[in-house]
Design a protein around this ligand. Structure first.
Ligand code: SAM
Ligand code: DTB
Ligand code: SF4
Length: 322
């Protein structure tokens, strides 16, 4: 590694104030995106995007009340409830994802927190998916310290657990678990030596201050989460957030750019909501430093662009999927 990159490495910060983050948000758009792109080039190939495929391994009837989520038992949505998938179905979906060019397979379950018996089943899935030569990621809700260690021993590479928004706005969206509960799970995952995937959702009616608050929480974690998903709210009928107003595309790009600057070595993932984004908007997000996406026509329960349309977009932009 060159000396200059090493110096930059040493300058990774974990002490951002909200005012400093607000200053970045307030930059003229071209200055902000240019700064983000420069930062991006210090650590990453600007023309490579990491692709992961999602699979819902247990769908619906979740006891939590996250206001955005179609899988909560408290809201009437059209989600088809499914108990834990058989191992064979998971292996099959992972093989297909691998054949289509995904490098990571993320399995999500609509649990508040898994039981130890659930962990036994999920461990088998992790081992089989890993054996296919894929990186593994799970998102199962809250984890105990011991469960995180068991998953690490099984070879789990990443655990996704989002903070979703700022500490102040959080209670408007979720009442059944606290911000601190989330931070505790993140600490258990980190202490077990599993890579952390942690981000949030934009477009839930939060203010820019809330977006700043979310990014401050993420950027002041030490180390930074290795993967930072930025989701655009998918408005699902039946959820309390179904009628949220359209979120401004340029503010979305700004948030990606600020995330890139604050967490220079992290993968910033352009996550849910791409189905409602133009190619131009996605191109701006990549320019602002987004460098991973979910790949395949379904997220957990909602639609995502088809592999074919993403391949076409990547071809137009000269992006290679990694
Ligand atoms: N139950 C687990 C949990 O909440 O940690 C795992 C699955 S949960 C569906 C994973 C993440 O998906 C949530 O933390 C949230 O950030 C995101 N998500 C869920 N519904 C969404 C929606 N309608 N639009 C955007 N993101 C969403
Ligand atoms: C994340 O931040 N986004 C993904 C992943 N982590 C698990 C999930 C998005 C879910 C969107 C709504 C759905 O498809 O149910
Ligand atoms: Fe349950 Fe996760 Fe949906 Fe919240 S986001 S309701 S915890 S599945």
């Amino acid at each position: 590694m060159s000396a200059s990159v090493e110096q930059l490495n040493n300058s990774l910060r974990h002490d951002w104030s909200r005012d400093q983050i607000a200053e970045l948000f307030n930059l003229p758009f071209a200055d902000l995106v240019f700064h983000a792109q420069q930062t991006h080039r210090n650590y990453f190939d600007p023309n490579a995007v990491q692709v992961s495929t999602l699979l819902s391994i247990k769908t619906g009837r979740c006891p939590e009340d996250c206001g955005y989520c179609p899988q909560s038992v408290r809201f009437e949505t059209e989600v088809e409830v499914e108990p834990l998938l058989p191992l064979e179905e998971v292996i099959d979906a992972a093989s297909k994802a691998k054949a289509n060019g995904s490098s990571r397979f993320c399995m999500g379950a609509a649990w508040r927190s898994p039981k130890d018996k659930d962990i036994d089943n999920v461990i088998e899935m992790v081992q089989e998916v890993k054996a296919l030569g894929l990186e593994t990621c799970l998102t199962l809700g809250m984890l105990s310290e011991q469960q995180a260690h068991r998953l690490k021993e099984a070879g789990l590479d990443y655990y996704n657990h989002n903070l979703d928004t700022s500490p102040e706005f959080y209670g408007d969206i979720i009442t059944t678990r606290t911000y601190q509960d989330r931070l505790d799970t993140l600490a258990h995952v980190r202490n077990a030596g599993i890579n952390v995937c942690c981000g949030g959702i934009l477009g839930m009616g939060e203010t820019r201050q809330d977006r700043i608050g979310l990014l401050q929480e993420l950027a002041n974690q030490q180390p930074h989460p290795e993967s930072v998903p930025i989701n655009m709210l998918v408005r699902v009928e039946g959820t309390p957030l179904q009628d949220s107003v359209d979120f401004d595309a340029l503010e979305f790009v700004r948030t990606i750019a600020v995330a890139r600057i604050l967490m220079p070595k992290s993968y910033v993932r352009l996550s849910a909501g791409r189905e409602n984004m133009s190619e131009e908007m996605q191109a701006l997000c990549f320019l602002a430093g987004a460098n991973s996406v979910f790949y395949g026509e379904k997220l957990l329960t909602t639609p995502n662009p088809t592999e074919q349309s993403d391949q076409e977009l990547f071809r137009k932009l000269g992006i290679k999927a990694i």
